[in-house]
Design a protein around this ligand. Structure first.
Ligand code: FEO
Length: 169
């Protein structure tokens, strides 16, 4: 049986992952409004991936005999101003999520909760990927500057991304 402290921390993480889904959905809407359909589609895939992350925590908590408690969600930003700003916000958000995963792992170690330590390892690795992907796009958008032809080229390329839950496992 999972401790009440760990249960509360995982419920807070479910909320953060669901907020991530919501934030990327808001970015999807903003990109679609800017006619950058490829970037909108990239954000749609990212949003679906966040729901998958939330459900991984959800299922884990149930498996450990815990209680899932959904909480109120913050309202995400709606105006992201430029593609560079949107992806910079995405990168900052992933860095925040990485810290929250590391804090959860610190708690699991402190509590000598071995199953949770093992479970969290997947997320530790996943966050390296999440930050690297967002950072690469930020760096490329910085290089593109105001060149709309490069931004449209990136839009086409990013639009090829699809979320595949099986590839995630
Ligand atoms: Fe669920 Fe993008 O971290």
């Amino acid at each position: 049986m999972i401790s009440k402290k760990m249960e509360k921390a995982i419920n807070e993480q479910i909320n953060r992952e669901l907020f991530s889904e919501y934030l990327y959905l808001s970015m999807q809407a903003w990109f679609a409004g800017e006619n950058l359909d490829g970037m909108a589609s990239w954000m749609a895939a990212q949003s679906q991936e966040e729901r998958f992350h939330a459900m991984k925590f959800f299922d884990y908590l149930m498996d450990r005999g815990g209680t899932v408690k959904l909480m109120a969600m913050e309202q995400p930003e709606v105006d992201f101003k430029t593609p560079l700003n949107a992806f910079t916000e995405a990168l900052k958000h992933e860095q925040f999520i990485t810290k929250s995963i590391h804090d959860l792992l610190d708690l699991a170690i402190k509590e000598k909760d071995h199953p949770t330590q093992s479970f969290l390892q997947w997320f530790v690795d996943e966050q390296v990927e999440e930050e690297a992907t967002a950072d690469k796009i930020v760096q490329r958008l910085k290089m593109a500057g105001n060149s709309m032809s490069i931004i449209f080229m990136m839009d086409r390329e990013l639009g090829e991304r699809e979320f595949d839950p099986e590839a995630e496992e």
